[in-house]
Each structure stands twice: as C-alpha cells, then as structure tokens.
Design a protein around this ligand. Structure first.
Ligand code: TXA
Ligand code: MG
Length: 345
C-alpha cells in the first residue's frame, strides 16, 4: 500500500476525512502524540488498526471526539462530574473512561464494558474528526512496543506502506500520551499520567487516586486496570537504564560502562539534562532542563528514537523528577527501562 503524505491544508484534511469515512486508516497529529485513526463505529476498520500496529487485541482504544455533544451516544450514561472535567480540560490531553453504550464495537473496547473518550486540542485533529463526520478510535501511531511518535517522520518510520495516509501537523507539543482517568471506580483514578497532573485533577474533583501500576510493576498474574499497562512499552531496541543520583555519580557510573565497552565505540548513549552534554564520554542527547518536566515530556520519545538510530545497545538516562508532569515522564521511562533503576551517589 502506498501511504499518502498529506499536509494540514483544508483540502488535505478533507481527503483524510473521506478516507476515514471510507474505513481506511489515517495517522493524525494530536497535541500529545500522533494517533492512528479509524472510524470508531466501524469494527472492521478498527480491527485493521491492531494489524498495522501489531497490537494485542485485548488492549482497548481511545475514542476521539470534536464536540462534547458526541459523548452522549458513546456512553451508557454521562456522570455529572464529566461536565466539570470537560470544562477544565477539554479540548486537551485528558482521556476519561466511562461505561460504554451499545454503539461501541467490541474491537474498540476490547471486550470491556467501558470506553475511553478524549477531545484533543490540536486544531488539525478536531478538523479531521469533523471532516470524517464520526468519532475516531486512535491509539498512538507507533508499532506496538516502540516509543510513541511525536512527528510525522516517526509515524512513517513505523507505518509507511501499512496505512492509507498520514497528516503532517508538525511536532507534538506535549510529547507524551494523554492522562487516562477512570470514572468507573468509587474515587476517580488515574490509570496513566500525562500533561494533566494529579494536582490538576484534584483541584476539580476534590479526590483522585493514582493507580499502583503508574510507578509500580504489575505483579505476576495481576489484572491490569488499564490493559495497556501490562505490556512492554515505549521501548527502543536498545536496553534502557535509569541512573538515579547526582550528576557526578551518573558521570562516574556511565564512564565506567563506556570504558568497559571501549572497543565498541557506538555501544553507549546517555540521555542527560540540558547543559550536561559534556558530562560523559559517550554520545549524549539532552532531553530537557533538570527542573523542566514539560520540556522533558516533549523530547523524551524523540530522544529514545534518536538513540536507537545511533545503533547503540545501551542507553543510560538521568533520573527525572516524578513531580507534576514529571510523573508522566517517569512512568514512560520506567516502562522503557523495564523498571531498571540504578542508584548511584
Ligand atoms: O494521547 C493519547 O492518549 C494518544 C493520542 C493519539 O490521543 N493515544 C494513546 O492511545 O495513547 P493508546 O492506545 O496508545 O493508549 C491508550 C491507553 C492504553 O493504555 C489502554 O489500555 C487504555 O488507554 N484504555 C483504553 N480504553 C480503556 C478502557 N476502556 N479501560 C481502561 N483502559 C483503557
Ligand atoms: Mg500507545
């Protein structure tokens, strides 16, 4: 299949809308990461998303809407608190899980009786949903397990030849996927952290829990509240290690590793904070200032993909703060690193 490279011109957005209405797969920009979209009400089209990504069928998808009025048909009932959340965070990087209506195909909900819904703030995403005239089911547009794509080039790297089109709307502003909040527990619970922080949600809801799986490793055999949490995720091909400690401790540890692999020049890369480019004796990729979780979120996936392109076998990452948006950065890194954290001085 030839993958059409579309711009975000009016004409190209109309083309994307028509392809989607016809049951094709189109990768679309959102403010978080690029999504691989299909008509959410067309089970056959949605099934093709799983094939293109190599995604396990038991991992449900997020349904993207352009207007609040679209929610009614998709859910069994609208809890009053949704209005408060929508007022505060929609359009934007918050996904809400509600009890689903019969309109939602099993392919979208992966057999659960709930559905995840979000209204993206990216103007191109909303224009495409409107052009398609239907809500769009869209997971991140990466091959399953790879870091999520934050540019159209990342999408093409993974999906060229497998999907009908990609719409280039420029690099994503947030850089990590939306916050996933379930309203199906007694106290609303964050299943995946993102740009909308626990503090932001607390301010609106007055109570919110963070699921244990956000920073913890799911116990063997445990049932994931969000099926996506049980899969290896965000992983480049290289092995990722988080190194927690001072800049000096990090440098000492990584330089020892570099020395051990001296014969193998391209063996090691380091993800460091801005200004630390000369900290270690290997390739460094700065992923944001130490105190700038937003900046780190924006660059993390791109840096992991870049490190992979260098062909290194090990990536050492400076341990970021897990406060505020940092919780999302740490959540993605822990999965990329398969929970390997090395403590240094
Ligand atoms: O920012 C985002 O959310 C991006 C853009 C494209 O909107 N989408 C995205 O989709 O990250 P995906 O499929 O990569 O991640 C969706 C997450 C998965 O962890 C999935 O298990 C969870 O949301 N999820 C979806 N529906 C769910 C449901 N009904 N119950 C629990 N978890 C659900
Ligand atoms: Mg994903």
């Amino acid at each position: 299949m030839q993958t059409l490279k579309l711009t975000n011109s009016k004409q190209d957005i109309a083309t994307a809308g028509k392809l989607l209405k016809d049951g094709e797969l189109v990768a679309i920009p959102t403010e978080t990461v690029y999504g691989l979209a299909a008509d959410a009400l067309n089970g056959e089209a949605v099934a093709n998303i799983f094939k293109a990504k190599g995604r396990p069928m038991d991992n449900p998808l997020i349904v993207h809407i352009a207007d609040l009025s679209q929610v009614d048909d998709l859910v069994a009932f609208v809890p009053p608190v949704l209005e408060d959340l929508a007022k505060a965070f929609w359009p934007g990087p918050l996904t809400v899980i509600l009890e689903k209506s019969d309109l939602i195909p099993d392919e979208v909900s992966a057999g659960l009786d709930t559905v995840a819904i979000r209204m993206p703030s990216h103007p191109d995403a909303r224009a495409i949903i409107k052009a398609a005239g239907t809500p769009l089911a869209a997971p991140s547009a990466n091959t399953s397990g790879m870091p999520s794509p934050t540019t159209a080039a990342h999408v093409l790297h993974d999906m060229d030849g497998k999907i009908a089109a990609v719409v280039d709307g420029g690099p994503c502003e947030v850089g990590v996927e939306s916050t996933v909040l379930t309203l199906c527990t007694r106290v609303p619970r964050i299943l995946r952290p993102g740009r909308v922080t626990p503090e932001d949600l607390f301010d609106v809801l007055g109570e919110v829990e963070v699921d244990d799986a956000v920073l913890g490793q799911l116990a063997e055999g445990a049932v994931a509240a969000s099926p996506g949490m049980k899969y290896k995720h965000y992983s480049p091909k290289a092995e990722v290690y988080i190194v927690d400690g001072s800049a000096e401790g990090f440098a000492k540890y990584v330089n020892e590793k570099v020395a051990e692999r001296a014969a193998d020049e391209a063996a090691v890369a380091a993800l460091v904070f801005d200004g630390e480019e000369d900290l270690v004796n290997c390739v460094t990729l700065p992923f944001g200032a130490e105190d700038d979780s937003l900046g780190q979120a924006e660059h993390l996936f791109d840096d992991l993909r870049r490190a992979d392109e260098l062909g290194v076998s090990d990536i050492y990452v400076r341990c970021p703060s897990a406060e505020g948006v940092g919780l999302a950065v740490m959540n993605r890194l822990l999965r990329a690193a398969e929970f390997r954290i090395i403590e240094v001085d």
